[in-house]
Ligand binder design. Structure first.
Ligand code: F6R
Length: 258
């Protein structure tokens, strides 16, 4: 896993945007896996600004979002489909985008079809991930199988509390989601994890330097051959090898840079 430490969230977002640009340069019809939540918002806005300046083109790209709340229609303001329209798709035309349908009557069938659609698109080239303060990726909460596929999950009380700020009360946060599994995520060709702030420091350290365990689903990314973790200084605070990561980044050959 490559760990990149940047001074602040703004610089993390710029570094991630550069990786999106590089991916599109190499393959204009790339397939992206996308995340919601607070972490990618600035990155999406940067991509929007770059698209408007003619520096980035997603018009041949396909996207698959990681997850969606069960029971929220796509038009609900807190649905992840609405989030993606507001922060990205309204500003950057994308050839095809997919967010799981939180209102599907047959959830297992929806999940199987989502996996099939990813396969038919040729698999995910670059998978963007935020990190839960409990170590989740997608909504694969602690205890999730590291081989899991897209399926229904029940959120932990901690995630419900973390997400309550987006709803008028914690009671309104749906308890269930459809999420890509850890196994689904691990099949992406490149995984890109972003994390900001002191609140994520423990999860970042457990993910990158702790044991691989279902209790920290993000730790499964240690098994991924091409995983980039970009964090700000507060999120890096508990990494034991942070000075080494800085050294590696400073000495990175030019051809490896985004
Ligand atoms: C959202 C998702 C989640 C978030 C994670 C971090 O699509 O998959 O795993 O990335 O909960 O959320 P924020 O960015 O709000 O801290």
């Amino acid at each position: 896993m490559e760990v990149i430490i940047k001074q602040d969230a703004e610089k993390v977002s710029w570094e991630a945007a550069a990786l999106f640009c590089r991916q599109l340069r190499e393959k204009p019809d790339s397939v992206f896996g996308l995340a919601t939540g607070s972490t990618p918002v600035r990155l999406y806005h940067l991509l929007g600004e770059m698209a408007q300046a003619g520096e980035l083109d997603l018009s041949q790209a396909t996207t698959f979002n990681l997850d969606e709340y069960v029971g929220l229609p796509g038009a609900h303001p807190q649905s992840y489909a609405s989030f993606m329209r507001e922060h990205l798709f309204a500003h950057v035309p994308v050839a095809r985008w997919h967010v799981p349908d939180g209102m599907a009557g047959d959830i297992p069938q929806l999940c199987a079809a989502y996996e099939q659609a990813i396969r038919e698109a040729g698999g995910i080239d670059l998978q963007l991930l935020g990190l839960g303060s409990d170590g989740h990726i997608g909504f694969n909460e602690p205890g999730s199988s590291l081989g899991s596929r897209t399926r229904l999950k029940t959120l932990t009380a901690q995630t419900v509390a973390d997400n309550a700020c987006y709803f008028s009360s914690p009671a309104e946060v749906p308890r269930h989601v459809v999420t890509m599994g850890v196994g689904t995520i691990l099949e992406a060709r490149h995984c890109l994890v972003l994390a900001f702030g002191e609140r994520k420091a423990q999860a970042v350290a457990a993910m990158a330097e702790g044991a691989i365990t279902a209790m920290v689903p993000a730790s499964a990314l240690q098994m991924h051959p091409v995983c980039t973790l970009i964090v700000d200084e507060p999120a890096a605070a508990l990494l034991q090898r942070r000075e080494y990561y800085r050294w590696v980044y400073e000495n990175k050959p030019a051809w490896q840079r985004a």
